[in-house]
Design a protein around this ligand. Structure first.
Ligand code: BTN
Length: 280
């Protein structure tokens, strides 16, 4: 069954520029992802809303979208700047039959789908481990993977996706501070306004393709596709993890999804949760 529900879409979005459930429903060609779509005006976080829906039995593929978030969150608990009517803030519920150790693959699935949708706008995009999408050297999107377990089995996975589509660089500076130097939006990169409904549809369709491929063929094909989009291999980086930082060279991503780096003494490290800063 397909149902699409709209609540409280923000008045602050100019007519014709808002996300539209009808537009998304008419255009979306998927079987699972987007079988239920909820669109809100302003929420604390689409992830929080979707978690509540997941706990009350929402179906695999349920999507929550919002025009704005007041408490959007990214990796490592950082705030995610979420102004109204400009960008994409989406959360997608998946119910894969996997063990908790397999969950990191969803960082790769979601970043592949975002880069596909960005590339469909005509811009080359690459991925900075684990799931930052870059245009040139600047971040346009990030994805956050959270999950719940029941015993040894994953009950659900929530992919939270934020894409800077139409936000102005001038707004990023006051909102992000020094981090704005490493961020941009697709509109800034391409020089034209991005159709948010079209981008949302493209993203959800790409996500279903990658997730289907994972369910049918396992992680290898998608990991090799991901490695072709890897922005870090061979680059000088700084790793910040557990309150410490060190300079290193990125060597690539291993089959467990960890970033392998070599520090200045030639010691190899496998990074699981740290932050990576590009240095050269
Ligand atoms: C990151 O790069 O750190 C990940 C950012 C993820 C942000 C998205 S916006 C939609 C969803 N709701 C949230 O609170 N976070 C994710």
């Amino acid at each position: 069954m397909t149902s699409h529900v709209a609540f409280d879409v923000a008045d602050c979005v100019p007519a014709g520029e808002g996300l539209s459930i009808d537009h998304i429903r008419r255009s979306l060609v998927t079987r699972r992802i987007g079988s239920q779509v909820y669109l809100f005006g302003e929420v604390s976080s689409t992830n929080v809303v979707l978690r509540r829906l997941a706990e009350t039995g929402a179906a695999d593929g349920t999507v929550v979208l919002a025009e704005a978030q007041t408490m959007g969150r990214g990796r490592l608990g950082k705030p995610w700047y979420s102004p109204a009517g400009l960008n994409l803030y989406a959360s997608v519920l998946l119910r894969p039959a996997i063990a908790p150790a397999a969950v990191p693959v969803f960082a790769f699935i979601s970043s592949l789908a975002v880069t596909d949708a960005v590339r469909a706008e005509g811009v080359p995009a690459r991925i900075k481990w684990p799931n930052d999408v870059l245009v040139g050297e600047r971040k346009v999107a990030g994805t956050l993977v959270t999950y719940a377990v029941a015993g040894e089995i994953v009950e659900y996975v929530i992919l939270g996706i934020g894409v800077n589509l139409n936000v102005d660089r001038s707004a990023l500076r006051p909102a992000l501070g020094p981090a704005a130097a490493a961020a941009t939006s697709l509109r800034e990169a391409i020089g034209r306004r991005i159709d948010r409904n079209g981008f949302t549809v493209a993203f959800l369709e790409c996500l279903e393709r990658w997730d289907d491929q994972y369910r049918s063929r396992g992680p290898e094909p998608l990991m090799s596709a991901w490695r072709e989009r890897d922005a870090l291999t061979g680059r000088a980086v700084e790793i910040r993890e557990d309150g410490a930082s060190y300079a290193a060279e990125a060597l690539g991503v291993n089959d467990d999804g960890r970033l392998v780096v070599e520090d200045a003494r030639g010691v190899r490290h496998q990074v699981l949760t740290g932050e990576v800063v590009l240095r050269g």
